[in-house]
Design a binder for this molecule. Sequence first.
Ligand code: AMP
Length: 144
Amino acid sequence: MASVDRLLKVKGDGTWTIPPYATVFEALELMAEKDIGGLLIMEDGNLVGIFTERDYARKLILKGRFSKDTLVGELMTRNVLYVAPNNTIEDCMQLMTEKRLRHIPVLDRGKLVGLVTIGDVVKQIISEQESTIHHLENYISGGY
Ligand code: AMP
């Protein structure tokens, strides 16, 4: 299966981030504007956490807290699981399934170089399946 590096080359390496001192409201505004489900939390160039819609639902709404009075840093998940560019999409799938998460940052020697989402993984699998079918069709029509 393709490497994360190859996926990022096709997808682009732009990743939306926000600092921990932003409010949850500001994070939600950015997520709505960019039509995404999660943000990486960066401080002084370092990845310090991840904040997704699930954190909003479970750690804010269900607790009766308010998005304008709560900082992203208070709700983010601090222990971020990540992959390296030479990991495979299969490695990402395994992490996503085992740990039940939909966002995996890509770090190259400590530097953030991209984000793989469950949507990217699904897209990649569909494209690999289509290419296998295409090859098989060529093989069959070639009279082998
Ligand atoms: P998600 O399924 O990505 O919306 O995330 C579900 C939960 O896992 C949320 O609490 C996220 O903060 C957390 N989470 C998402 N991605 C990661 C990751 N790569 N490492 C650690 N926690 C994560």
